[in-house]
Write a protein that binds this ligand. Sequence first.
Ligand SMILES: O=C(O)CCC(=O)C(=O)O
Length: 250
Amino acid sequence: MSFSWESWVSQWPPLNTDVRRSLDERGYVIFPGLVDRDWLDALRERFETLVAAEGDAAGSEVHQEAGTRRLANLVDKGEVFDRIYLHPTVLAAVYHVLARPFKLSSLNARDALPGEGAQPLHADWGPREANAPWAVVNSLWMLDDFTVANGATRLIPGSHLKAGTPKDYCDPEAPHPDQVLAIAPAGSVLVWNAHCWHGGTQNQTTGPRRALHCYYAAREFPQQTEQRKILSEATKSRLDEAAQYLLDIL
Ligand SMILES: O=C(O)CCC(=O)C(=O)O
């Protein structure tokens, strides 16, 4: 095996001060324009094809949610997704937060249907213990413009620094006085310390609000989608060692 984590990390772009400060203090950052028009079209097309093909089973490998269209295990469902979980800018942001080797936990998709999609505030991990090392980072790839009206993700700046869970401080179902909506054009990527409280909001339009969720965990934790057990040989055979390491199949 010739793969070297240190050498891979050294190939990721440096993050500027504002990005690092936003991740540290607010707990999230938005990178605009990571997906160009052709790639965006291909991602949308693949999303719709998979939803149609999988029908009622769509998302069931990980999670189904009333009022949404969900997909799971996208690593194995199209080459178009390879560049999502391997994007150097996002990997650099994940590394900035976790500060140690990590792996992909899962790659899923979620579309809040018209009138639906409101979620309670939550972290993507258990109750926070003060000063415990960060365990997880999430990223959300916007396949549609995220607007005030169409169910943009809400986040509570700085909440990753609080011990416990949202319920210890507020009603997680209610609007929060500090909440910020992740408003950005399609092709943008929201990266957040996944201990930061967040949730989908209601899509009050008649259009879609599609996103990919690309979720990473420090290496000592299990994956949400255990690639070693389910990844097809066809997918594995096109992946280099860095990708295989990230998927924990090397
Ligand atoms: O899609 C979103 O806006 C956030 C979804 C989310 O946080 C979740 O499903 O746990």
